[in-house]
Design a binder for this molecule. Structure first.
Ligand code: 6CS
Length: 368
């Protein structure tokens, strides 16, 4: 068995359990919007016509990390709003397979809800690779969140692309700016020459690192600690909280504060299931999704700040933390910009229209 970081155990789902989930959900044909029913007779008048039901909410992270805590908080709020009628079971990463298995589970109706990273859907929803483009969003994480909340290019046009695959993103949110960790310093593009960089699976992420001269290797994060430890890959990108909580800093000597991108996650639901929800239940979901945008912004901020200090002060596993200057970032940006043209011409299925609209929206927010 692969050696995982000791504190995590990724008990990958057996075929039996997967089958159970698919059968329990009717293999995706359940458009009743009622999930699995349970006996419950509590409830006020406002929720008295909501049938008792249980939904599964899978995440790509483990307890304590932003995505899982998001799902747990979401579940708590939905329980309260529905007077106990709606139970949501948050799932930690690992129990239901790899990140791409989880995407399939949502599409099949094996789970009703998922926090999903677009970095694992790029082979399917080509347009979703927009989030792979470095230096596209503003340096300010707060402004980035504002764009994610308000952008029509994302919340309407990109959502429609995902819905073609039975995935409805209800919101986009940042888990913080992404930074590099590495076994050798990464301060200028030439440092990436032949550098073995772990990436998620979307082809445009791979292309973005090839633009710097790196050799990208896509893999699941469940294999990453071991791969870094053994030198199978030499570096990776992630928000700081994730670097610290997954202990990647233990097996890396350097962390570069590059702010080259923002890690964007999506709150997603199975499209047919969601469209079949009764209006009053759908309203509760939509309200909660909206409320959670501020909650998750604060959560990631707190976790990223806390972990930056912890990593800097970790004497047992010292990490050299270097923040790139604007001049250093400009050298990377110069190489990253042509990837946008590649996205428009070769990746986009709508001639770059979503990117062009998003760029205009970004300009408007940054000019405020
Ligand atoms: O690097 C990854 O693949 C993981 N990073 C984060 C911040 N969340 C889940 C994802 O799978």
């Amino acid at each position: 068995m692969t050696i995982f970081k000791k504190k995590y155990f990724f008990g990958f789902l057996s075929i039996l359990t997967l089958s159970f989930l698919l059968v329990a959900c009717g293999g995706g044909d359940d458009t009743s919007g009622e999930g699995s029913s349970e006996g419950s007779d509590s409830g006020s008048e406002a929720s008295s016509d909501i049938e008792a039901q249980t939904w599964r909410f899978v995440t790509e992270e483990v307890k304590g990390q932003v995505q899982y805590e998001y799902a747990a908080e979401f579940a708590k709020r939905m329980k309260e709003k529905s007077d106990g009628k709606i139970t949501i079971e948050p799932y930690e990463y690992g129990g239901l397979g790899s990140e791409t298995d989880q995407v399939e589970l949502l599409q099949n109706g094996g789970v009703e809800m998922a926090v999903m990273s677009p970095g694992f859907t790029g082979n399917m929803v080509k347009e979703g690779q927009i989030f792979a483009l470095h230096f596209l969003f503003p340096d300010s994480v707060e402004k980035t969140q504002e764009i994610l909340n308000t952008s029509e290019a994302l919340n309407k046009d990109l959502v429609e692309r995902y819905e073609e695959y039975s995935i409805t993103p209800l919101s986009f949110w940042t888990e913080g700016a992404t930074q590099w960790t590495s076994s050798s310093p990464l301060e200028k593009p030439s440092d990436f020459e032949n550098f073995k960089m772990r990436t998620q699976t979307s082809p445009l992420i791979i292309k973005s690192y090839e633009a710097y001269g790196a050799e990208p290797t896509p893999m699941s994060w469940s294999e990453l600690y071991t791969a870094l430890d053994r030198g199978t890959v030499e570096g990776q990108e992630n928000p700081i909280f994730f670097i610290g909580d997954a202990s990647f800093n233990e097996v890396q000597d350097h962390m570069t504060i590059s702010n080259h991108n923002n890690y964007v996650a999506m709150t997603t639901v199975n499209t047919e299931w969601y469209n079949g929800l009764p209006d009053n239940v759908k309203t509760l979901v939509d309200e909660t999704v909206e409320e959670m945008q501020d909650w998750v912004y604060d959560e990631q901020k707190e976790q990223n700040e806390k972990w930056l200090e912890k990593i800097k002060n970790d004497e047992e596993h010292p990490t050299e933390v270097v923040e790139l200057t604007e001049e250093q970032r400009a050298a990377f940006k110069e190489l990253a910009l042509p990837v946008r043209d590649f996205y428009k011409k070769e990746v986009s299925t709508v001639d770059g229209a979503i990117l062009e609209k998003l760029q205009k929206e970004i300009e408007d927010v940054t000019a405020e």
